[in-house]
Ligand binder design. Structure first.
Ligand code: ADP
Length: 604
């Protein structure tokens, strides 16, 4: 969409021009006005006039070698100075005053008038003109001095290359929900006739990078109406009251342009719950209050639809979510397998790709990726193709770029010692072998032991066969066993342990804890929640809701659970010791092993 910005000239700019004009006036024009007309005469005339006593005053300018003098009519003359020893005496005899005072200067009244009164007058006049102009533009908003308090929302007007629903892949439910809005904007009378009113505000919630901003733009694109976009944080200013003023300005503009869409990204920046405690954030709360007032203020069916996006819906103020404000909530979740495939295809259209790309496979490999990450994967693949001097993107580019996005670039000059490389090979094969031997675990797609910039010395890429919405208790246990498989292999082969398992340990503990505290998968605690999720879209934060004693019990249970799975993994690897050695030495030599090669060796 085309972004149209109003040309903004802050008031300070005009003041600067005034100051510059004054300086120029003082430097150039004033001396011309102030200096009275001076007539140039020769020295002889000066002497004659002196002798005839026609001269009133004389000023001798020794620096410039000039003599200025006035006649009885106050007319000024000037003449070049000539070596004349008797001059002073002659002047004295003629009764002429030569006090040294500048005779060229004009009267003091004129001086004051020109250097003080006139500039002040100009200042006042320009100031009045400007403030009148600003008032007209701002609708009387007196916060507008120096351009502060203006909403500076980006305005996108309808244009042919606008984003459409077809550009947003997957997210069918969200699109369906928003189609209604588009229909309303096309044909508001249909709704008015029956007495139905559109929701004023629609809140798009979901993890980052799932296409919320895109969806909002698509609504505007489909409806062919102006689109005001602003981020929540842009409202919050240093001065209290400025944010509120920006909200007012935004809504005023929106009402002028109706029907239109106002999009507020990251609304949690201003919409956070007001805690009512002393010393809260005044500016933010005032801004929120103004937003609430504005949303109440405009009547239904004025054609202004407010879309907002957030990934922290739980932190929003309840007043913002009540009916009549943001009363509709549209979830924009991470894409499922089909969604990921579609998103990849949408973005692959923008680059040159080979004909035989298996998007389904790539989508399966990128499980859990958001739309933004998938877009990034396609772009990384294109960059890799350019780097390798190819004309188009291949399947291998896409697969490698998933690894780049997940684990970072290959570290070309990280040199592992022989022993370390061996340990890493056993560690990674340990994970994969435990996973493969447990029927419920997803098969391995690829294992590599090439160090990555993320710090991983190697990793096992697992591929889900389809969408997974539920996980059974056994599956979770197997996953923990798989996570402990790396460490178990080190113990079995080398009889000692390394620091390489830190990430596995973290993940295994998290899973085990969640099984007990949130999923009710332990006998003792039955279906009692010991933890609540505080931030589902941003990194699974949780907070404990049980007593300290119970926490101690939980900790014990977690240790028990992980230990049991660790032992199980160790058992699996001991039983398959020969395969473990075989696979590890293959990986050690080749540095990469695909799922197919792995299964071939395992089943040989
Ligand atoms: P959000 O606002 O949810 O954080 P954005 O809408 O800004 O995410 O998306 C960021 C980028 O990710 C988009 O510019 C687009 O390239 C890509 N993207 C995200 N979701 C999708 C999708 N469903 N279809 C196509 N592209 C997507």
């Amino acid at each position: 969409m085309k972004e149209v910005k109003k040309p903004k000239v802050p008031l300070i700019f005009y003041y600067c021009i005034v100051v510059i004009c004054l300086i120029l006036f003082n430097a150039l024009a004033r001396p011309l006005i102030m200096e009275r007309q001076i007539k140039e005469v020769d020295y002889g005339t000066f002497m004659t006039m002196t002798d005839n006593k026609q001269i009133d005053e004389v000023e001798i300018d020794a620096q410039e070698n000039l003599i200025y003098f006035t006649d009885k009519d106050d007319k000024i003359y000037k003449t070049a100075m000539v070596e004349d020893n008797g001059l002073t005496q002659r002047l004295h005899d003629a009764g002429i005053s030569f006090s040294g005072q500048e005779i060229r200067q004009s009267s003091p009244i004129l001086t004051i008038l020109l250097s003080w009164i006139l500039p002040i007058l100009i200042f006042v006049l320009i100031g009045q003109y400007m403030s009148k102009k600003m008032m007209n533009r701002a609708g009387g908003d007196n916060f507008m001095t120096f351009g502060m308090g203006k909403s500076n929302a980006k305005i996108y007007v309808k244009s042919s290359e606008g984003i459409r629903f077809s550009d947003v892949a997957g997210e069918d439910e969200a699109k369906e929900n928003l189609t209604e809005i588009v229909e309303y904007l096309h044909n508001p009378d249909r709704y008015k006739d029956i007495g139905a009113s559109m929701p004023k505000g629609i809140l798009l919630v979901g993890p980052p990078g799932t296409g919320k901003t895109m969806l909002a733009k698509a609504v505007a694109g489909e409806a062919n109406v102006p689109f005001f976009s602003m981020s929540g944080s842009e409202f919050v200013e240093m001065f209290v009251g400025m944010g509120a003023s920006k909200v007012r300005d935004l809504f005023r503009q929106a009402k002028e342009k109706a029907p239109c869409i106002v999009f507020i990204d990251e609304i949690d920046a201003i919409g956070k719950k007001r805690n009512g405690q002393y010393g809260g954030n005044d500016e933010r709360e005032q801004t929120l209050n103004q937003l609430l007032t504005e949303m109440d203020g405009f009547e239904e069916n004025t054609g202004v639809i407010i879309l907002a996006a957030t990934n922290r819906p739980e932190s929003l103020d309840p007043a913002l979510l009540r009916p009549g404000r943001f009363d509709r909530r549209v979830p924009v979740e991470l894409p499922d397998l089909k969604g990921r495939e579609d998103i990849l295809k949408v973005h692959a259209k923008k680059v040159k790709v080979a004909d035989n790309i298996d998007y389904n496979k790539v989508a399966r490999m990128a499980s859990g990726a958001s739309g933004a990450e998938l877009a990034n994967i396609v772009n990384e693949a294109a960059l890799r193709a350019v780097r390798d001097g190819r004309q188009f993107v291949t399947q291998a580019d896409l697969e490698e770029s998933i690894e780049v996005v997940i684990a970072g670039y290959q570290k070309k000059n990280a040199i592992l010692t022989d022993k370390e490389k061996k340990i890493v090979a056993y560690h990674e094969v340990g994970h994969a072998l435990v996973a493969a031997r447990q029927t419920n675990s997803a098969p391995v797609q690829k294992i590599t032991i090439v160090p990555r910039t993320s710090g991983a010395l190697g990793y096992t890429m697992q591929v889900e066969e389809g969408n997974h919405y539920l996980m059974s208790k056994e599956e979770m246990e197997n996953k923990i066993a798989t996570l402990t498989g790396g460490r178990a292999a080190e113990e079995l082969i080398f009889g000692s342990v390394t620091t390489g398992a830190s990430n596995d340990i973290e993940q295994a503990t998290k899973l085990a804890r969640a099984m007990i505290t949130r999923y009710g998968m332990s006998e003792e605690f039955d279906m009692v929640a010991m933890e609540t999720q505080t931030n589902p879209y941003l990194g699974d934060d949780t907070s404990m809701t049980c007593s300290a004693e119970t926490q101690r019990e939980i900790d014990k249970k977690v240790v028990e659970l992980v230990k049991k799975q660790h032992e199980k993994a160790f058992g699996i690897l001991s039983d398959n010791r020969q395969k473990l050695d075989e696979l590890a030495s293959f990986l050690y030599k080749e540095e990469t092993i695909t799922g197919e090669q792995f299964m071939n060796i395992l089943n040989a």
